[in-house]
Write a protein of this length. Sequence first.
Lengths: 877, 298
Amino acid sequence: MLKPSASFADSLRAEVRREFFAALAADRGFVESSGQMLFERDSVAPHWQTFFEAALHAHHGLRSGFDSSDREDSVASFRARLADLHASMLRRIADNGVTYNLYSDATGQARPWALDLFPMIVPENEWQTIERGVLQRVRLLNDILADVYGAQTLVKRGLLPSAIVQGHPAFRPAAHGAKPIGGTHLHIAGFDLARGPDGRWWIISQRTDAPSGLGYLLENRMIVSRLFPDAFRSLQVERVLNAYKALMGSLAAHANRASPHIVLLTPGPYSQTYFEHVYLARYLGLTLAEGSDLVVRNERVWLKTIKGLETVDAIIRRLDDDFMDPLELRADSALGVPGLMQAYRAGNVVLANGPGSAWLESSAVLAFLPKISDALYGEAMALPSIGTWWCGEQSAMDEVLPSLNNMVVKPTFSDKGRRFVPMAGHELNERELAQWRKRMTAAPEQFVAQDYLPLAKTPTFNAQPDGTLSARAAMIRVYALSDGVGRWCVLPGGLARIAPEGKEIVSMYRGGSSADVWAITGRAREDRAPLSNTLTPIATSRSGIGVTSRAAENLFWLGRYTERLDNTTRLARITLEALTTDDEALIGTEEWLSRLAVENGLVSKEVPSMRKSAALFERSLLASLDDRESKLGGHSVAAVLSALRTTAFAVRERLALEQWTLVSQSEQELHAALANKSVSVQSALRALERLTVHVMAMNGAQADRMTRDDGWRMLSIGRQIERLGTLSHALAEAFATGAVDTDTGFGLVLGFFDSTITYRSRYLQRRDAPSLIELLVLDRDNPRSLAWISQTLRSRLAKLVGTPMGETPELLRERTLPHQWSQATFDRPLADLARGDSELLIDCLKSVIDEVSGLSDVLSQRYFSHAQSSTSVGTTF
Amino acid sequence: MRLAITHETLYQYSLDVEQAHHIAMLTPLALPKQLVHSHSIDISPQPAARSESVDALGQTRTYFEIASPHREFRVTARSEVTTAALPTSWIGKLDRVALPVSEPWHEVAAAMRYRADQAFDEASLYTQASPLAAIDDVFANYARDLASDGASVFRLASTLCERIHHEFQYSTTSTDVNTLPQHALSLKRGVCQDFAQVAIACLRSLGLAAKYVSGYLLTQPLPGQPRLIGADASHAWLSVYSPSHGWLEFDPTNNCLAGEDHVVIAYGRDYSDVPPLRGVIRGGGAHQLSVAVTVHPV
């Protein structure tokens, strides 16, 4: 049984090795439990042996002098090593923001993705059976769909009961007669498999509508293969990437376009699995679109971009099919695209998957597949389904009722609300079983019974409490992907789902974890390095696809919020520092600081000004800093950060990973530093300083890491608009309140404009209004002068060509912005000011605020009008 | 009887509709009992795209898109058909009609149930629950006492329709097109759609096959009164299946069998399969709908 690598075998006698593994596992009753995958008979399965030996190799401390005498130490040291790896895995998950929205809550309550340290390894002989069986099955299911939406011979021949086809709520009469391009209904199919105690694999359920998991699978592989690179190489695990490439190529072949435009249709950030929609879109180079980003014109699907409409050739649909078209399916769906069914029927768009395939997910279908396979191909099922009986058939019901105690009962029809808890007969007493029999007899069609299969277990690592191994029940989801017209491939790998310890039910929803599935396929590849950490999108889409209106809007606001965070943080620092200086120096600037604090949301406008009560003002300002939900009436640092996070989340697919990580880390750090109710000014300042560093990094990432496309332009426009408005206001108020007339105030204004050093080097100790206007308003070289900002804004706007409606906007027509000003503009205002009249100067500066807010409104109307909702209308009698 | 039908639907919106997608099912079916001489659908404003396709049951659906802003939208369907008369003994109120012979209902229900390798009857597709005609005990119970063992399937359907006709109040304000038959049954009120869907749900809940018929009805003016233009309406009834006889159409609203006054547009599992006109619009604000149907002999 044992096939250890030669060098290692020399240093480790077989018996010691076995003891070593036993010691790793024994305290969890690991060795005794049956039906697990680590051991074969009483020795370690060869693939697990290879895995642990490679992991041990990597752990150099164990290589020399390893014998039974220091076994205990070695085990402890190895466990410590595993704990390190586990900690690094958790960091990756947190940094990448891998989440699962348990309660479909986009406001941030998403749960970190649960992943086990160890992969689940499927050895070659088992994988070959799985692959053969899944290929046969996906072809069969596709043929069944072609039949029920076509000639319906299967129902007519009695091979399928119409009750589970036409009687299933997910059967779509609107798809009847539709012929999908290439005859392919199923481009992506998921199969849940379980391994019995005897080592045989069984199909437990089929996912045919819009299967989830392909993104999580990829992320799992990225993380786990990098933690165990040697084991990954030694085991000759096949890479998964080619299967994704095959799918992209297949969609292109179906669309009959060399470089088709493929979009991933998502329900949006409220979806449970939004993370992986974003992840997949980015990885596969697809446009992430919500229903409102798409429109059907001339029976074709188009993407609404800020440059106009662009054709869509194929859609990977992650929206349940009943929501995809309010015209013909659920009329109350706000997530769909009216006319999409018609475009599909007309053969103008490839849908992965086609509508109307969800009824195949009914467990009842499994009972009929062997006969259908026999009738259509004369073949038995290569990979059997778990024994399944549809109770709507009297003869099946007669078999089920007496042996209910060995069965699991599930609903025949969709159970999206998960209200139906599957019945496990062996857990019930006679009285409960009798109740079930009664319930089933009353509506037999609604029930499916399946053999009870105790799930095989796989080794898992328990970071808590003590770094031991244990065996847990597991299932794997395996995917068939289309690979050209009439062909499929099986993704070599999968998504394992592991039950909580001691439980038999495997569900991410009910609190299990996932694991990477390592398939040993025997197709040794040259390149078996672990997946690289860098995302290199599979380039399939045409380049130059425009930015969707939705993405443009979010990017615009991301730009605004990033800038607002920068300004709010700086203002908070300036204000807190001012509050700690002696009172005398503050005279003359208090009013300015108070007004800015209110205008920028640092305190609510109900708070008495700094001059009235510095202490109260300070307390309010400190309390508001961490007020994420704006409960105190302001909109301070944490609230801005939270708004920034929401917009960043909505365009995650366009952001470098680091940007996202920066946002989530900033939030965690800020909250950790400020959560204390009686936070001191000093510690608040420290937290704000750290935040400033993060904001600079965010700005850096936005400036350096993003392609200069229309999306980036929108972000930049948002930033310039925000900056122009905030700085104009601050400067106008500085003159209005007379803050500039004091040394302290003059310095604070320069500080808020981040221009202190430039000013000093240019004007030395001089403090006068003309110099201030020159540097902060007119200077074309100072990136924080109003003229520089509006000049930048102008050039960004000039490069935005077209609008969703096809016209070229003249957004700046009839607007006067600081880049059009000159020295002469300020001759009179400054002369007035010298006589003590600041009105003209203030009006001039405040005019910018109006122009900017007008511009922001026009942009919203022109570019972001996608949000308008659709209404269904019908006739009455 | 040769009949000319004009079916005009008018939507008026308070704001511009910027974009609209519609599907109409307004084309009468060609059937052995119904000859279609002519048919046209006029749409205003001019659709940017329009296409006709035939669904699985041979029924025509007209899809169209309007891409230009509009405040008013009008669809006018004009058809001329010849309908076949019923045998004389089938004409009249249901309690007077000599129904064609059919099997006992429970034998039909048993034949409709799935058994592996048993010969399949296509009508059994219509024994399945559908969005607006579910299978539910409340329906089975409502019809239970009519379903004595010996009752033939058509006798059962006939007495059920009579019961609905007598117990339900015809009311245009109690229900709308999305009202579930469970609700209509508890109200004992509704329009022809509700009457038909309650009857269908009752029959399906007993294991029988029944389908929904969307169409028109020639309404007879009161003696001495002129025919009022636009006073007629879209109509709905149901069709019930017996393996030996085939389908037979009952009209519970008028307590009769559907005859030469009934023009069939489409068959479906319930209203949701065959609404005459549906649409999804962007913009539009509040809307007002008026429908005018005129059916007259030519």
